[in-house]
Design a protein around this ligand. Sequence first.
Ligand code: 13P
Length: 350
Amino acid sequence: MNAQDLIDTARMLVADYKGLLAMDESNPTCNKRFAKLGIPQTEEARRAYRELIITTPGLGEYISGAILYDETIRQQKKDGAPFLQVIIDAGIIPGIKVDIGAKDMAGHPGEKITEGLDGLRDRLKEYFQMGARFAKWRAVITIGVGIPSRGCIEANAQALARYAALCQEAGLVPIVEPEVLMEGSHTLSRCSKVTEEVLQTVFNQLYTQRVMLEGMILKPNMVLPGLTCSQQESVDEVADATVNCLLRAVPAAVRGIAFLSGGQSGELASARLNAMNLKFKLRSPTVGQSPSPWALAFSFARAIQQPALEIWQGKDANVSAAQQALLHRAKCNWAARRGEYKAAMEGTGA
Ligand code: 13P
């Protein structure tokens, strides 16, 4: 591993107010989203959709890196050009999802453990040779009655740390994604406590496994009330809770934090990211507060892709309109990183 290369890649992934586009849905997840819209669940439909995404004109102005799935990284455009080359030519760094999914955890009803460590060193070597420069692994933590358990948090944190160490050995920047799900009726304060415990456990394990914090990106959930909680806090309250939780749990050496969207609407995700960046922008040393120690960026799948997918509907005639919708969401999130996103940008094509 070349430490400076890892640091440079991590820095580039959060530079210039850009963020990551997660387009690494596994085949079952992608098919589920297609099925809802009546799009055929075939390899060709998945290929055509991913071609639509990566050929969006101007995408590289707002997107620094794209996270791909194993099927996608090996695919080509209809004219034969490899996806990887198209992405690199657009000024976007290619990345790859390397976990093989969250499975039921033995002895822990209602909880999941992410698998994929066996054979990972060889897979990472191949992805690096293909041109990928970063990777992603997602752990899933569910809030419910009596959960999450320590057993689930610790097992997932250790797997994330072992994955991250292998990535750095292979020259890939690890995107470390411990996702506390928003499904449930829990309060914002419960989500905050759980997220803080999860992040502290993850960083403890990253330290134990000798992961270089400057050469990684954290991909956390925002701190949110559960979807069915009767109290839904304002954008500012969510931004405060999220920033305070991260300040307590994430070391300043971490280069960047790139949130997942987790099922929030595109507009809400942009507004909340904007509020967080605005807070740090307004903080000044003269009033005794510091700017953010890390870049606060995005690594959204649904909150960038969903409108485009709904417009596309599997039809060639809709490609251009879908690409405009995708670019719009990418631009809104770029603006949110600058603290310049406004609700008025919506509906205007911005
Ligand atoms: P969402 O933004 O749709 O949550 O997806 C992010 C992601 O990469 C999930 O692993």
